[in-house]
Design a protein around this ligand. Structure first.
Ligand code: PGA
Length: 251
């Protein structure tokens, strides 16, 4: 089982490069209080060069919110692993629910992105999760299985232990409705077991995402197979993110 603790900030389509730089400097101060917690930031693409400079001698990992599978080519609007690596990015979110449900990225597309990222030396932070309708129809496990199967069938077996999985119930993202501890326990237990039995390896870590806040994070971290959080809204405030780091350090 992973003993890693990762707190990943997903800034989504927020903040100009200048504003991202300011928040990044705030995170830099916060990182000095983090001993066991690894801080990761996924800003917008345009803020990556500025943050790359600001975070260059820090313990904070810089990443992107998506990555294409090809090295280069006719893929208008996309970005490759080497373009991200040029600015020191070490990871990328892949298959975030907003990519799957608003931009229509399929299980196959996101699994192919993960394969390309691994080939390009970028760690996939691979997001999965069910919609409210799927949960109400008792389809959660089935949905997670299909999303993981697509991933595992695409990536090389020897890279399986490098992938980080984020469980993000779609209905909990940005809604203030956090999943119950039982929901999280069941989903993370299933992800760990299914991933290991299918790929032969545990994922590097499994993060929970969906309305993580200083009010609920301590409880979430008590759940088995939760190795940290993927944080949207609360990561746009240095104060709230600092409180999450504080909780992580003590838990
Ligand atoms: P949220 O977003 O913390 O605002 O719910 C999480 C995410 O989308 O990764």
């Amino acid at each position: 089982m992973s003993s890693e603790r990762i707190l990943a900030a997903n800034w989504k389509m927020n903040l100009t490069a200048e504003a991202s730089g300011l928040l990044g400097r705030g995170f830099l101060d916060l990182s000095k209080t983090a001993k066991r917690t690894k801080i990761w930031i996924a800003p917008s693409f345009t803020a990556i060069p500025a943050l790359s400079k600001i975070l260059s001698n820090s313990t904070i990992a810089l990443g992107a919110q998506n990555v294409h599978w090809a090295e280069s080519g006719a893929f208008t609007g996309e970005i490759s692993s080497s373009m991200l690596a040029e600015f020191g990015c070490s990871f990328a979110l892949i298959g975030h629910s907003e990519r799957r449900h608003i931009l229509g990225e399929s299980d196959t597309i996101v699994a192919t992105r993960a394969k390309g990222a691994l080939k390009g030396g970028i760690t996939p932070l691979f997001c999965i999760g069910e919609t409210l309708e799927e949960r109400e129809k008792d389809l959660t496990t089935q949905v997670l299985r299909i999303q993981l199967e697509a991933l595992i069938s695409e990536i090389p077996r020897e890279s399986a232990a490098q992938v980080i999985v984020a469980y993000e119930p779609v209905w909990a993202i940005g809604t203030g409705k956090v999943a119950s501890l039982d929901n999280i326990r069941d989903a993370h237990g299933f992800i760990e077991e299914f991933y290991r039995s299918t790929s032969g390896e545990s994922p590097r870590a499994i993060l929970y995402g969906g309305s993580v806040s200083p009010d609920n994070f301590q409880d979430i971290l008590t759940v088995p197979h939760v190795h940290g959080g993927l944080v949207g809204g609360a990561s746009l405030s240095a104060e709230k993110f600092g409180a999450l780091i504080g909780i992580s350090e003590k838990s």
